[in-house]
Structure formats: C-alpha cells, structure tokens
Ligand binder design. Structure first.
Ligand code: PBG
Length: 322
C-alpha cells in the first residue's frame, strides 16, 4: 500500500495540522428575538436556552456576546397581535419599538454588525410574508411595503437588511430604494434559496407568526428542487445582493455547496429553529451528546461551503470554546 490515509489520523497533532475546516465565532450571526417594554424576558418553549428579550436586556446580551467574539446579530421583533394588520403598517412606523431599539443598539455598539429582517409576516394579521388578496399572496404590491420597511430600518443606522420573504424581484427593488435614498452602504443578505420547510416551527412559536391560513408554498421554494436555487442565485446576484443565503442549513447542504461553487459571493446558511430544537430535545432526553452534535452540525455547514452561519448556538458555542 503506498497510500495509507490513516497515517494522517494517527495523532492529535497530525489531525490538527491537516484539518480542512474550522468553525470559529467569526463565522456566526446570532439571531435575537426582541420584545417590547422593559425588563422583559421569556424563553421560547420549543427552543430551550433561547430567550426573547426587551431592549434593555438585549443590550446586555449583545455586550456579552461581543466580549465572546460574536460580532454580528440578526434582530427579529416579537409583535403583539393588536399591532398586526393586513398591510403590516407597524413595520415602517418610526415610533415602533423595533425601529427605536435598532437605533439604540447601533448607538450603543457601533462596532456590532446589525442585520434586520425585511418581511411582512411578523406584522401581518394574515401571518404571511406578502399582502393577501382573495387568498393569493401579491408580489409586486408587497415590494412597496418591503421598500418602506427597508427605508425605516436603514434610517436607524443598521448595517444590512435580510429580506426573508421570497417575493420575486425584491433584491433589485430594495437595492434601488436604498440607493435612491442615500443608503448605498447598507448591505443586502438575501434569503436566496429559502425553502418551504417544516423546520421553521419553533421560530413561528417564538414570534407567534404562523400563517393564519394555508402555507408558504407559493413563495418559498419546494424542498425537492435543487436547480431552481441556481436561478434564484443568479437573480439575486444580478439584482445586487451582497450575501446569498440558504435556509434551512442541515437538510440543504447540497444547495449550500452548489451556491458556493456557482457564485463568488459570501454564502450564508441559516441553521434554523427546528434544527436547534431537534438537537436540544434529543440532548435533554440523553439520546444524543448535544454539545458534540452541535459542533459536528456547525462543522458540516461550514464544510459544505457556508462562509456565514446564522445559528442559535452562537453564544453557547462561543462559551464552550472560549
Ligand atoms: C419569516 C422568517 C422565518 C424564519 C426567519 N424569517 C419563518 C418563516 O418563513 O415562516 C425562520 C427562522 C428559523 O426557523 O429559525 N420571514
């Protein structure tokens, strides 16, 4: 045998110097759930260890995370039912707590990279990512709402928007709206290949944002489709996205790999709520070593080609590998 692959596995030292992939806190974006009010916190039932926090507590959380080396955060608002309406008008009301909080976060931590969520669903009484008319989700009319939302968020000083709605043409439309209003430095992390997935369940619990009727299959992608992700990637690339995202991550590693090979842009992967919940639940039952499964999962996402990983594990990983 002139090839014995085991030679490169024979000691910790040789394994360490030959390792191909390394996950570090620099890879992470930490998603955070914002509550209105003061001194408010509540754990997401289906996501043990993940808290919805009011601004004062979130500032402390961000400060702790920055000390651990986590530099990027994606903030999602928990919107009470009485604020929701068909047109998601609260999403661009400059006095709404989410927008005020973003402004405060950027003032307190200008060095933190803050990403926002651009989609109607947290604010929509229909629980959909677009305007609903006669049971249909309208595309082009929704873009106008997304545009207003984007401008209101950009005005708070945030660094990057994350359009998560899967309407056609939104990246180009939002790029134009940003540029026309002097926000050419605000980036776009596009949810490029976002699948109609059952893995978002715990997130919808966290925000109480589940669709009131039907599902999201007329705008989110069919989990069976791989080539279609390239079409979405081409459009987002041409429309000016700065980062292309695949979501979920673990059951879509092939898609992450495809986009990485096809496009010379940073690729993000969203290790979503259901992926977090599965590992936590099995860990709690003693069926899996949750810490090792966490690290192996994150490693696989990176190995598949993700440059950026949005993960609820960000802080616990950072603490475990200090
Ligand atoms: C909605 C949105 C969703 C997630 C992020 N933004 C859920 C959905 O599309 O229904 C899911 C994130 C997660 O599951 O962790 N615009």
């Amino acid at each position: 045998m002139n090839r014995r692959p085991r030679r490169n596995r024979s000691s910790k030292a040789i394994r360490d110097i030959t390792r191909e992939t390394l996950v570090t806190v620099n890879d992470f974006v930490f998603p955070l759930f914002l509550l209105e009010g003061q001194n408010q916190k509540s754990e997401v039932q289906s996501m043990p260890g993940i808290l919805r926090l009011s601004l004062d507590l979130m500032l402390k959380e961000i400060e702790e995370c920055l000390k651990l080396g986590i530099q990027s955060f994606d903030v999602f608002p928990v919107v009470e039912e009485h604020y929701k309406d068909k047109m998601a008008t609260k999403s661009y009301d400059p006095n709404f707590f989410y927008l005020i909080a973003l402004n405060t976060i950027k003032k307190e931590f200008p060095e933190a990279h803050i990403i926002t969520d651009v989609a109607m669903d947290p604010y929509s009484s229909d629980g959909h990512d677009g305007i609903v008319k006669n049971g249909k989700i309208l595309n082009d009319e929704t873009l106008e709402v997304l545009g207003q939302m984007t401008l209101a968020q950009a005005a708070t000083g945030i660094d990057m928007i994350g359009p998560s709605d899967m309407m056609d043409g939104r990246v180009g439309y939002l790029r134009e709206v940003l540029d026309e209003n002097g926000f050419q430095d605000v980036g776009i992390m596009s949810y490029t290949a976002k699948y109609a997935s059952a893995f978002y369940g715990p997130f919808r619990d966290a925000l109480d944002s589940a669709p009131k009727f039907g599902d999201k299959k007329t705008y989110q992608m069919d989990p069976a489709n791989r080539k279609e992700a390239i079409i979405e990637g081409e459009l987002d690339f041409l429309e000016g996205a700065d980062v292309l995202m695949v979501k979920p991550a673990l059951t879509y590693l092939d898609i992450i790999s495809d986009l990485k090979n096809e496009f010379d842009l940073p690729i993000a992967a969203y290790n979503v709520s259901g992926e977090y919940a599965m590992i936590k639940a099995a860990g709690e039952r003693g069926w899996l070593d949750a810490d090792r499964v966490r690290d192996e999962s994150l490693l696989s996402i990176k190995r598949a080609g993700a440059d950026i990983i949005l993960t609820y594990f960000a802080k616990e990983f950072a603490l475990a590998h200090k």
